[in-house]
Design a protein around this ligand. Structure first.
Ligand code: PEP
Ligand code: MN
Length: 337
């Protein structure tokens, strides 16, 4: 961080700012000219409040030279993070696929889908038990019963389960019952929730907020990591734009950008990104080629009667054909699908 002082600022005012920065644990590197005075801050500046410095009337501007996230930053952790989930992993050379319905609806439904996606090569089962719905009148999920059904599906297929947590009150139960805790787009900046899951050692799947920048996503990961939990998997799931033909706009560039600035694995959710079943395959293929570490895909046995997101869910047969195509593509890209 560089503090640019206003020209002709009195010495005492400059000394005051320097002393404050030193008291906050920063080293100082100064550069002076006839018409400028720069104070460079050296060391860990993560606890420095930029806007507070900016509020000082003698300060012209504050220039950020390093990203505000530290633990999620590749600069301090050059090797890729691989998150271990039982005997499976997300990150590294493998392209891992999480699949399953938007919501758990019945034992027959979740077990049936789990068996099918496993046969096709999925590594994890997803299914919402607590659903974050825009309308309070829409299906809210089977809640605790949904978690029980996911556990039955895991028992029968050995697929680890991924499901969304919405409330800090349920953390203990989720830690006990699930393999990966999903934080949905709507809770990406629920900072109290992020801090609480940061105190657990469960792998976290953190989805990008619908209007969140990449830096905000990485800062959300930083919240979790700063509490001690470094097992964070990021998920690009489309962002809001002016486009209306798709539910969201898949930000493909987020994948190489996140890979450049962070060591955390990043997967893509083509289902929520496009919002339409026929967009899943092209977006999934693009994600693999762009360097994503995997996918989260909604699969439903009867999309026309799904309780949630049927229009963007693919049937198990189409999922199989998608996996076959991704396996072929993986060979070209040197990725293990
Ligand atoms: C989901 O994965 O079921 C979901 C609700 O996704 P998002 O949080 O990305 O909208
Ligand atoms: Mn959904």
């Amino acid at each position: 961080m560089i503090i640019v002082m206003k020209p002709k600022t009195e010495k005492e005012k400059i000394e005051k700012i320097k002393n404050k920065m030193v008291s906050l644990g920063c080293g100082i590197h100064e550069s002076k000219g006839e018409n400028y005075h720069l104070i460079g801050l050296v060391g860990d500046t993560s606890r420095i409040d930029r806007s507070q410095i900016q509020a000082n009337r003698s300060v012209e501007k504050v220039i950020i030279v390093q990203e505000p996230y530290k633990k999620a930053n590749r600069l301090f952790h050059p090797q890729e993070t691989v998150v271990k989930i039982g005997n499976k992993e997300i990150g590294g050379n493998r392209f891992s696929v999480i699949a399953g319905p938007c919501s758990v609806e019945s034992e027959e439904q979740i077990v049936g889908i789990a068996e099918e996606i496993k046969k096709s090569g999925a590594s994890f089962l997803r299914g919402g038990a607590y659903k974050p719905r825009t309308s309070p009148y829409s299906f809210q999920g089977l809640r605790d019963e949904g978690l029980e059904l996911l556990k039955i599906a895991r028992e029968k297929t050995d697929l680890p389960i991924v499901t969304e947590l919405m409330s800090p009150h349920k953390i203990e139960k989720f830690v006990e019952d699930v393999d990966v805790i999903q934080i949905g787009a709507r809770n990406m900046q629920n900072f109290d929730l992020l801090k609480e899951i940061g105190k657990t050692d469960k792998p976290i799947l953190l989805k990008r907020g619908m209007s969140a920048t990449i830096e905000e996503l990485l800062m959300a990961a930083e919240y979790i990591m700063s509490e001690g939990n470094e097992k964070v998997i990021l998920c690009e799931r489309g962002i809001r734009t002016f486009e209306k033909y798709t539910r969201n706009t898949l930000d493909l560039s987020a994948i190489p950008v996140i890979k450049k600035y962070s060591h955390l694995p990043v997967i893509v959710d083509p289902s929520h990104a496009g919002g339409l079943w026929w967009l899943v395959e092209p977006l999934a293929k693009a994600a693999l080629v762009a360097g994503a570490d995997g996918l989260m895909v909604e699969v439903h046995n009867d999309p026309a009667n799904a309780k949630c997101d049927g229009e963007q869910s693919i049937k198990p047969e189409r999922f199989k054909s998608l996996m076959d195509k991704l396996k072929k593509l993986g060979k070209i890209e040197n990725r293990e699908v």
